[in-house]
Design a protein around this ligand. Sequence first.
Ligand code: DX5
Ligand code: ZN
Length: 226
Amino acid sequence: MEIAPSILTGGFTRLGQVMDDSVAAGISWIHLDIMDGNWVVNKTITFGPAVIKSIRNHVGSEVFLDCHLMVTNAEDTWQQYVDAGVDLVIFHVEAVEDIAGLITKIQSKGCQAGAVLNPATTSASILPHLADLDLVLVMSVVPGKGGQSFMAEMEGKVRGFRTAIDAQIAAGGRPTKLMIDGGIKAHNAAQVAEWGIEVAVVGSGLINDQGSIAENLAEIEQALSA
Ligand code: DX5
Ligand code: ZN
């Protein structure tokens, strides 16, 4: 299972350092949490396309960047994120009216398209689009901030997607990636890997006062190989 740091966790004055430490530790996928001050329940603002452009310039082309759009107007603004240099745009199905249309538009620009669902949203909203999606992201916390407790009750939803994606691949379809976000740490990483998750976003489990990013990543990877 691949680990994608949520670099938001490190604090905005340390973005460059967190990216450098992550890449030095072997990370090749970085997760960018975009909040517009409106969509998430706690009305947080994080950063937008201009900062992403700087991030892309800083990490170069080798690091895979996804943006997790927690915004009200993804259908109007998605292209700004593509132009800023992300490899994958992930939109919330709860915030988008024309899901099929948005997937097509993002992919037409040579960018990957992903869909994410809140803990309370059922997989039925995504399953009709699974064949076209490059990635499905299951939230294991209510989006809005890092450091929240992992919701183990997402197991059924994740396993359901795993089964559907495996069937799709067996039928010659798209190898849609399965990702999880929220509350992932060394103690539950192996659990979600066993559910069938391929990429886990990790914020506070990787970027914290207990250890360096390299040390925390090593601990997670040890738990995964045990
Ligand atoms: C939540 C964000 C997450 C989160 C991850 O709104 O989408 O990416 O900050 O942080 P941890 O791993 O601390 O839950
Ligand atoms: Zn996120």
